[in-house]
Design a protein around this ligand. Sequence first.
Ligand code: UFG
Length: 330
Amino acid sequence: MILVTGLAGYIGSHTAVALLNSGKSIVGFDNFYNSSPDAVNAVKKLTGKDFPFYVADLTDVESMRPVFEENKISAVIHFAGLKAVGESVAKPLMYYQNNVSGTVNLLQLMMEYNVKRIAFSSTATVYGEPKVVPITEDFPNSATNPYARTKLFIEGILKDVCKTDPEFSVVLLRYFNPIGAHESGLIGENPNGIPNNLMPRICQTAKGIMKSLTVFGDDYPTPDGTGIRDYIHVCDLAEGHIAALNKIQTSTGVQIYNLGTGVGYSVYDLIHTFSRVNEINVPYVVCPRRAGDVPILLSNPKKANDELGWIAKRDLEDMCRSSWNFVKDK
Ligand code: UFG
């Protein structure tokens, strides 16, 4: 049985669907801090499969204990965590406690119950400001905010644990920019309050919740002057976890993989593609650059292609169409 922590979240819910559809049995938990039971029900409805689910919190060991006590867990896919950069700057201790201490709690329980395989939800943010792109897994790491630092700390903790136990198996998955939603429109990205990231903000602008989208800088050294990112469809990302799971079940030690497409799109590419495929206007205004943004982030996904046999298949139009399909009637 595969434990999915943070199952009700954006990437957790899509991965749960992919796991169930590939015939795996799963158990999940979430504390619903930034998610809702609707996502758990939607996963069950979409797959026609039931699975044990717990309300549990990484920072409360005893809330997680029944998950381990009552299920025979063979591997963990660890999504649970806080992920808002701005909030992490304002409340660093909350981030260190939840993400770092919480993961230590999870690992202690894994040790206690002899679970030695884990795939961890990391991020391209651990590459800091890369000097060149595309980025390969051996690029140096740095963190420019507490959120990113929690991810780097956890990567380090997992590496240390591996050194103490030759049977331990860790896969660190460094996501680039996940967008899009399941084609059913039943699960997707549902941030509380005002979103930080580009696609949720495009959606809110298209719905008229935001009057216009703020383009953070059109003076970057890129072809159209706006920032370029490696956007990846969340369903491709979910499938990357299935491939990673096969890897941790057949290897030991630490493996690191970029999960991206290797193709970059600018802010204007996203706005224009979204408008075209969904036939909806997205008004925008150009503003100064956002502090901390880099001009271009782009993955080299070759290692995941070669070693996991995984490749992102969905294109930008799919990403824009499915993102809108999820939010348009909400
Ligand atoms: N952008 C805008 N306007 C917006 C929001 C974003 O122009 O309203 C631009 C940004 O400047 C950037 C691009 O859109 O060029 C993408 O921005 P996102 O916020 O969507 O994504 P980031 O690349 O900044 O975020 C990524 C991950 C986060 C992570 C963050 C850390 O998606 O999870 O890096 O810096 F926290």
